[in-house]
Design a protein around this ligand. Sequence first.
Ligand code: SF4
Length: 223
Amino acid sequence: MKAGQLNISEIFHSIQGESSFAGWPCAFIRLAGCGHGCRSCDTTYADKSGRLLEIEEIIESALAFQAPFVEITGGEPLLQPAVHSLMQQLCDLGQQVLLETGGFLSVAEVDRRVHKIIDIKPPSSGVSLQNNPDNIRLALEASPPHRSTFEFKVVVADREDYDWAKSLLLESGLMDSFTVMMGVAFGELEPRELAEWLLSDRLHARMQLQLHQYIWHPGTRGV
Ligand code: SF4
């Protein structure tokens, strides 16, 4: 791969489904490749190699959708170093850029203008020991306005995941200063159960459903 190129799985226009931006129209740039092997991964197809595209072509395709947000996702977008140049160029063009990352790599090098949606993987994912502690530290140490560009997301599949996430969130203090989205793994946990746990524990996490899974048939690509 040449400098200035990225391996792209797909570029598409959809509704943002999982974050505090859920519901907004959004241009998505899905980078190919991950290999992290989360058990509940819903984009395993993005693990395969995609098309090599120049950054200019990628930006042109994404901006053609004229969406209010551009999201960089994957796969794991931070595995490709040129993603930083892509994010920087989009920000320089005045775009509101979101990054969705699996949370096992550090976001330290990400352009400070990018809004970072960082996964915290619970035990059912099989990779909870690989959450990168650097990301929580970076968020807690960030000063305004950079501080407001961090957001965390946990998708739980059962009570064990929920209890694990609750302990981590309370011990880290993340819920005191940041948006923490907590959702259910589609088809694995009844949303009502999570809602009742959150209310009973008085947790200041924001409940979400994986919106795209309800709008389109689960497993549909390009949404
Ligand atoms: S980090 Fe994301 S893309 Fe990678 S395996 Fe896990 S869920 Fe799938």
